[in-house]
Every structure is written in structure tokens, then in C-alpha cells.
Ligand binder design. Structure first.
Ligand code: ZN
Length: 424
């Protein structure tokens, strides 16, 4: 299997790499960022999301606490009321950021939790006999749901649980048992989901609008635009299939080292304490909210959160308009019409200073100003925009992934080659 760092990045999938890295940093900082990847089968959504498991940073919890209690802020029914001295006596341990999956066959008791009636000594205090489910056990981590549109269609109960978990930051989960008081546990988890809107039962927005709205970012997965990228995806899929039957191969020492370095990078970025949003940007976002009649304040909060994370991943502590520009299509994709998004992007683009425009280097195939600059997010064909990409020597811009600048080159290549073929 390829490691996360070896997966091919191209125009169509690079926003997902960005989204999962932003979400992981945000999760480490204690604020969930929910991400939904939408796209056809074979675009590698689940491979990218699941391979984040290879570099999950460590968190410290009270020793053996299934709810991953932070020793400084214990929240679980067992530890929340204990005096600090007793907590200290329990000791601590380090575990990787939890990454758990909810499958389609999961039962509500497995997902939320249940009460062990055998352990129940005092029915007015069912907390003492709780068996935490997948969600409380993923506290301070990530929950992954594949084919969330199908889950929303077939399991309304589990969908309701997700709505509670994602409704506030942190969220909550309620554990119920007939005849006993409901127990509520706070949870802070980022929900990652994937779906294919073209397959039954259709797009999540149509199945359960409310759940779709709870995602901070929706990442439309685009098609790769070069033969090289397609071959690469086919080979990766084949390798994944082989490993499912033969078991994972061991990573080489070099691969392990690279992943460890990346994990440390992510942890360092999350530790950065002085991320700031300049006041003029707050005002600017407020004016966009009013002028474009954006439905929910949740969208505005998501733009702010994501843009700060985008700046952090670029190792800056000050947010710039280019950060807003980079995250807008992901935050607004499921919230406004493509026409409105185009208008908003143009407004933001006009506000960018020329300095920032230089820093905000976009792939040549989409760098034509106006609405076409973010065409990749809507899978629009970029063929017609290749006229002056020839000789446009692109520097490694801030939109390029930290490890590889490959997709810039891919975009350039595809444009040039197509042009020459057309002429001959
Ligand atoms: Zn605990």
C-alpha cells in the first residue's frame, strides 16, 4: 500500500488532502471540523481519508479511560467529579488520536453506548454502568462514515445521533436504556464522511438536508486530468485490493521516518497558539454574509475556522484574504448556488491586494481570473482555458501540497499537450 505521502495528488483530489489536514489540526486544537467528500467511486476519497491513520499524532489521556479524558479537563462520568489529586494518582498514557468508523450494520447501542444492566447498582445513577459506544470512544478524534447518504437513508436513529454530535462544538451523545434516565456525555469529534451522490439513494442534501448542513466542508472530488494520474489510481486500487486479501505489507524504515516527520509537523502546527484573524477580515466576512444573504451563521464560522487553519498549515499566524479564498469553495459548496459562489469568489478576489494575489498562486489551468479560477471545484472542463499556459513557468505556489507540487505540473502538461494535438 502507498503511504498517505505517496498518494498521487491532482487537481481533482488536492482539496481533500487540504481538508483532512485542516480537520486533523483542528481536532488536535480541540475544535472539530466536519468534512464530507462527495464523488464517484474510484476517486480515492476513502483511501485518502483512511490513510490519515498512518500519521495520527498522540494525545494524553487518563490511564485506561475509554472516553479519552483529558487529565486537565476530565469529562467522563467516571472522572469528571474526581478531585485533581485522585486524577493524578490514576496516571496518564499517550494514545494516537482516535480514528473510528461507523459501519452500516452498526446498532445504536454500539454507536452511542449502552448501559450494562448487570453492573447497574443504583438505577438513578446509570452513568456508573455505562458501556461507551464508538462515538464517546472517539472523543478528541475522528469518526469516519463511508456512504453516509446510505446510512442517512437506512438508519434514521444513527443519523439523529450524528446530528447531536455535530450540532454544537463540542457536541454531545445521549445514551438511553428503557426505564432509566438518559445519560448525556459531551463529545468532541470531527466527523469525516464520504458518499457518491450519483448512486442510490442520491445526494445527502436530498436524503437529509439537516445532516448535510452540519458539515463544515464539502469536498467535491474531481476527475484526474492526466493519464499518469489515472494509471496511478488504478494501480493504487489494485494494491489496496491485494492487501485486503494478503494483509498489509510492512512499511520501509524510510517511509516510517517520513510519516513520523509529517506527524510531528502536524502536531507542531496544532500547538501554535497565536493564530489571529485581523479585524478587517471579520468585517469583510460580515459584509459578505449580509450582501449575499447567506443562510446560516454556521457558514461564517466555518469560513473563519477553516481560513485560520489554512493559514496555520501554511505556517503563518496571520490570516490573509488568500486563506479565505482557498476555503470558500469548500465551505459554500453545499450552501449556496454555483452562481452565487462565483459572485462571492469574485468579490473576495477583488479585495485581495496585488501582493496577496502573487502569493496565491493557482494552477495555470484555473488561473484565468473571474469565475474560472476555481473551476476545479466544480469539475468543469479546463480545456478551453489553455491558450496562454504555454511558457507560463509556474512557481511552487502556496496551493501546492507540502510534499509534492505535482498537480501544478500535471495541469500545465495536460493543457499544453492538448493544444499541440489539436493543432496537428
Ligand atoms: Zn474519563
Amino acid at each position: 500500500m502507498k503511504t498517505y505521502l505517496q498518494l498521487t495528488r491532482h487537481n481533482g483530489n488536492s482539496p481533500l488532502f487540504l481538508a483532512v489536514e485542516m480537520s486533523l489540526v483542528s481536532t488536535l486544537r480541540g475544535t472539530p471540523l466536519h468534512v464530507h467528500a462527495e464523488g464517484l467511486r474510484g476517486t480515492g476519497k476513502t483511501t485518502i481519508m483512511r490513510s490519515v491513520k498512518q500519521f495520527l499524532p498522540l494525545i494524553t489521556r487518563i490511564k485506561d479511560c475509554l472516553y479519552n479524558c483529558d487529565p486537565g479537563q476530565p469529562h467522563c462520568p467516571i472522572h469528571k467529579d474526581l478531585p485533581q489529586a485522585e486524577i493524578a494518582a490514576l496516571g496518564t498514557e499517550q494514545i494516537p488520536v482516535p480514528f473510528l468508523e461507523i459501519s452500516h450494520s452498526a446498532k445504536i447501542g454500539t454507536v452511542a453506548g449502552s448501559i450494562d444492566l448487570g453492573k447497574l447498582t443504583n438505577p438513578s445513577q446509570p452513568e456508573a454502568a455505562l458501556l461507551p459506544g464508538i462515538i464517546p470512544q472517539a472523543h478528541r478524534g475522528i469518526i469516519f462514515v463511508d456512504e453516509i447518504n446510505r446510512l442517512a437513508d437506512t438508519s434514521p436513529e444513527i443519523t439523529d445521533v450524528l446530528l447531536d454530535v455535530m450540532g454544537t462544538k463540542p457536541g454531545r451523545v445521549q445514551i438511553e436504556e428503557t426505564g432509566l434516565p438518559v445519560v448525556e456525555v459531551p463529545v468532541s469529534v470531527s466527523v469525516w464522511a464520504a458518499s457518491n451522490p450519483d448512486e442510490e439513494p442520491g445526494p445527502l442534501t436530498e436524503i437529509r438536508r439537516q445532516l448535510s448542513d452540519r458539515f463544515d466542508l464539502v469536498v467535491p472530488m474531481g476527475r484526474p486530468s492526466t493519464t499518469e494520474a489515472v494509471v496511478d489510481i488504478l494501480l493504487t486500487n489494485e494494491a489496496v485490493k491485494n492487501e485486503q486479501s494478503n494483509g498489509d505489507r510492512d512499511l520501509s524504515p524510510q517511509e516510517v521516518k517520513r510519516l513520523q516527520k509529517f506527524r510531528q509537523d502536524i502536531a507542531n502546527i496544532a500547538d501554535q497558539s497565536d493564530l489571529a484573524m485581523p479585524e478587517y477580515l471579520t468585517n469583510f466576512l460580515a459584509s459578505i454574509y449580509i450582501n449575499f444573504n447567506i443562510e446560516s451563521l454556521r457558514a461564517l464560522e466555518a469560513i473563519t475556522q477553516a481560513a485560520l487553519l489554512h493559514a496555520a498549515l501554511r505556517k503563518r499566524n496571520q490570516m490573509m484574504i488568500s486563506d479565505i479564498m482557498a476555503v470558500l469553495p469548500l465551505v459554500l459548496y453545499h450552501r449556496v448556488s454555483p452562481a452565487t459562489l462565483t459572485e462571492i469568489m469574485n468579490t473576495v478576489n477583488n479585495r485581495m491586494s496585488s501582493d496577496e494575489k502573487t502569493a496565491y498562486t493557482v494552477p495555470p489551468s484555473v488561473n484565468k481570473g473571474g469565475s474560472s479560477r476555481f473551476a476545479q471545484f466544480f469539475n468543469r472542463n479546463s480545456e478551453k482555458k489553455d491558450a496562454d499556459t504555454t511558457g507560463n513557468d509556474e512557481q511552487d505556489g502556496e496551493e501546492s501540497p507540502p510534499q509534492k507540487a505535482r498537480y501544478l505540473r500535471d495541469a500545465l502538461d495536460s493543457g499544453v499537450i492538448k493544444k499541440e494535438h489539436d493543432l496537428s
